[in-house]
Write a protein that binds this ligand. Structure first.
Ligand code: GDP
Length: 529
């Protein structure tokens, strides 16, 4: 198959949701359609199996949280679908934000009873900022939930989306009869006992067809007719280019657990979802159709096997063909590297591949060369943008608890930070090290991993800070900046890249500081124009 054909058949996306909305279940059902797995439960089982072989996963298992972002791929209707799974737990939000830099579109899963939840709001906000095309899947229709129209309103208001329903439920919970597929003008009848089989769907291009009354009853049929009329009146009709621009979001209803409404979602997705998109580098815009390889690391997964302390760097291919054993430039280190066993991901397995294409994710075995955000090319100096660090929300001093192991501690901390587990800041005044995280859970993960993987021990000391701000002086030589540095000396630190940050104890402090030193810009993310 030609390079262009390979590119055009790829769809790389992420599923995002608040925990428990049904992301894992939906992922699994999608894989079933792709024939990538044979039975329900395989995705979850796999999670647990990995847990048994990896110390790190033990933490995940104990807490029942999906820490790792995994890649699952399958073929459906000749399309190569890559799903980048994202942890829903808020303590791992940064991991999810980074994964969103590697997707070309997303599916947002919402629980019909709970509606739009906190984590969904945050993640969708990031997608909207980046104009990522979004499809919404409202899940668990087999349960009592909110009224479908109310939910659509909620999605519009809380998520700031402009929705267009492409399917619509007939009843809900106990009364759930099925789903009318607006996209294909088909009716699917729900039957709770046929969980894994997919009903064919009855075609009703004309809703006035009296056959409809026979199939779902006169009352339901009339309600459906009225509701659809309302939908056609109130909501904008679907327009692919608006969807692709991130200006219009199709909505589907269903029940992932019962495999209902999932095929409709997948069929529409494969037709409308974007092919691998161009990506901005600091130097220029890179088009996915360019034939020279470019790609970037968005995730580093540590210790698949704790005995070998090896890491797997996940690289999203932006352009060109990634070839096994070809020399690629690691731009930050200015070093040529060859990879003899790049992994591709299929369903829940990974295997060595000869070639990968834009949209694909390759897993590269790494002994410490890679950091999140690193770029690979065929020689061009390129640095992909858009993998910023976000301000952490928890801060603690980290102390060495075993003086004999200070080297190990330093190495462990450095590698864990490269993986993006947390952020390390070094105080300008005295060189003390501070770990910043999004959630308190990471401190335990770090302590555990330092001990089990690096043989080092650390202790923490609480540091009641609100946020860090990345500092951008308009002019690093002016008096105002000098005064800022003198007055705020005790609160200044460097991040791991050597960028200056200001530790603020409250939102008020940030406000005051900003108004006192207007030429010194304070940012909540490490990347700014
Ligand atoms: P995640 O945390 O978003 O990955 O959610 P899971 O896929 O693990 O689902 C959370 C719970 O909701 C599990 O107990 C699922 O069995 C259940 N669930 C998922 N989809 C449905 C559905 O369509 N209907 C019902 N009733 N339960 C569901």
């Amino acid at each position: 198959m030609s390079f262009l054909k390979e590119l055009q058949r790829r769809r790389t996306f992420g599923i995002i949701s608040h925990p428990d909305a049904g992301k894992t279940t939906l992922t699994e059902k999608l894989l079933l359609f792709g024939g990538a797995i044979q039975e329900a439960g395989a995705v979850k089982n796999n999670k647990i199996k990995k847990g048994a072989t990896s110390d790190f996963m033990e933490i995940e298992r104990q807490r029942g949280i999906s820490v790792a972002t995994s890649v699952l791929a399958f073929i459906y209707k000749d399309k190569k679908i890559n799903i980048l799974d994202t942890p829903g737990h808020k303590d791992f939000a940064e991991d999810t934000f980074r994964t969103l830099t590697a997707v070309d579109s997303v599916i947002v899963v919402i629980d019909v009873a709970k509606g739009v939840e906190e984590q969904t709001e945050k993640l969708v906000q990031v997608c909207r900022m980046r104009k990522i095309p979004i499809i919404v899947f409202i899940n668990k229709l087999d349960r009592e939930g909110k009224d479908a129209f109310d939910l659509l309103d909620e999605v519009e208001q809380k998520l700031g989306l402009r929705v267009t329903p492409l399917s619509f439920p007939i009843g809900m919970g106990y009364d759930f009869k099925g789903i009318y597929n607006i996209w294909e003008k088909k009716l699917n009848i729900f039957s709770a006992d046929k969980k894994q089989t997919v009903s064919k769907g009855i075609e009703f291009s004309d809703l006035e067809d009296p056959e409809l009354d026979k199939v779902i009853g006169e009352k339901s049929a009339n309600t459906l007719r009225e509701e659809l009329e309302l939908i056609y009146e109130v909501y904008p009709s679907f327009d692919k280019s608006e969807y692709l621009k991130g200006d219009l979001q199709p909505v589907f209803f269903g029940s992932a657990l019962n495999n209902f409404g999932v095929k409709e979602l997948l069929d529409c997705f494969t037709e409308i979802a974007p092919t691998p998109q161009p990506k901005k580098a600091e130097e220029r815009l890179v088009d996915s159709k360019e034939n020279k390889l470019t790609g970037f690391v968005f995730k580093i997964h540590a210790n698949m096997d704790p005995k070998h302390r090896d890491r797997l760097a996940f690289v999203k291919i932006v352009s060109g063909t990634f070839k096994r054993n070809a020399p690629y430039l690691h731009v930050r280190n200015n070093k040529k590297l060859k990879f003899s066993s790049p992994n591709a991901f299929f369903a829940e397995k990974k295997e060595i591949v000869e070639e990968s294409f834009p949209g694909d994710i390759v897993g590269l075995h790494d002994t410490g060369n890679f950091k999140i955000g690193d770029t690979l090319t065929e020689g061009e100096i390129l640095n992909f943008k858009g993998i910023p660090s976000f301000s952490p929300e928890h801060f603690r001093y980290v102390n060495n608890a075993d003086p004999m192991k200070s080297k190990q501690l330093q190495k462990g901390l450095e590698q864990l930070m490269d993986e993006g587990v947390a952020q390390l800041f070094t105080l300008e005044l005295n060189g003390r090290k501070i770990i910043g995280t999004v959630g308190a859970l990471q401190y335990e993960v770090i302590q555990y991993r330092l001990e089990h993987e690096y043989g080092a021990k650390c202790s923490y000391e609480n540091l009641p800070m609100h946020k860090v701000c990345w500092v951008q002086p308009e002019n690093s030589k002016n008096e105002e900046f000098k005064e800022f540095k003198r007055v705020k000396q005790r609160y200044l630190a460097k991040d791991k890249q050597g960028q200056l940050v200001f530790l603020a104890d409250s939102a008020f402090t940030i406000q005051m500081t900003q108004s006192k030193y207007p030429s010194v810009k304070l940012h909540f993310t490490s990347e700014f124009e």
